[in-house]
Write a protein of this length. Sequence first.
Length: 465
Amino acid sequence: MAYERRKSATLISTVLYVVSILFAGTPGYAQTRGPTASSAAARAAYSAGLAANAKGDFSAARNQWTTSCEGGVASACFFLAGIYYQGRGTPKAHTIAAYFHAKSCELGDADGCHNVGRQYYTGDGVAQNTGQAIVYYQRAIAINPKHDAARASLSLATLKLARPATSAVPKTSRQAYDQGKAAHERKDYADARRLYTIACNGNDANGCFELGYTYEVGEGAAPDKARAAQLYDRACTLHDAYSCNNLGVMFHTGTGVAQSYDKALATYRRALTIDPENEPALENIALSEQRQAMSRIRLFPAAPATQKAYDAGLAAYRANDYATAERHFGIACDGRLAIGCQGLGVVISGWKGVQQDKSRAVKYFAAACTGGNADGCYNLGLLYDDGTGVTRNLATAFSYYAKACDAGKAGGCYNTGVAYDRGDGVLPSTDRAMNYYRRALVVDPQLAAATKALEGAKRRRSANP
């Protein structure tokens, strides 16, 4: 799940469940990225870390991100810092977190610069040094001139050097927000919540977002997920794209609200109406669409005799006894077991000891696809794509690739994206191609072809906005 590293002080994360001020994000998505040179192995390790983190295997995620960070992937260093800061799969080590935040900063990660600056500002894991904090805040802004959080932090740090902070009663909602941030910096969460409430009541979107965060994680009082969702909704209405994204995540996971993929998707799209390039919302749309599509697949349970026939066919197939495999898969297919039809289609496509019959293979792959088998849909798409056993039809191939994707086949998602990229059987659309490449990576985060295709589509889009 992609939570945006936010333009204000903190950001919610359910998947990583961020409870610190500093580790404000979710793997892979920041406000900006400086260019970094990293090897394919380092990028693969980064993706493997994402997969491990999504499963809650934080030790494995740490190991993969360590390899990736050493290979020059800035995001890996940033999230490795978060692992150590939170103590996920390892004891908390804020000094080590500061090291990796600084390293991600060196690799061009504006959020890493901002976070290590915050550590210096508060003396968290490093010796307190407001001057050094200012240096890092300035680096963050140099990388991303629109990094609002760094600008706000720089303003506070500069003010601190100039004169002591005052405790004046805020006269405007913006002033209440700024004072709330200052209270949050000094970990006076109760006062921060009070000031954010004033800001939010004055229709300050950032104040509503930050107030929602305090309710999400329980800063200043007990957690209240439902109230957090309400506040994100209000901030979203006030045109804060990141709040829309975070509310969408809550709908996706059913946190504080009733679980609903439809509402999650609608809320992510609200984010895109505010910021069409909001990468977390784009990533999360792909995730929710894929999860929703897969949740709709219904596979018929097999009768014991049918399952037994399939198991016998699979054993024969693995023993290279394709004639016996064909017979048993045929029995399973007749029993309406979709995977049995898929196996039968594969066997009669040309394996030794079995008469090749591509036309019959089409029939059995179609039966498998109708029964919800992703491989059946995918193989049928390949046959129509190549014109093997059927008249070539790119539009039909496209439709079966899309069905394979909906059933959970990464290759189906990828091929659907390629069809949109090329206009094969469908009107070309770079945006839709990118969405399907992202969906492919939801199913298989290590599918290198999808990663490469997505990066290429992004470059073309940037060159031709």
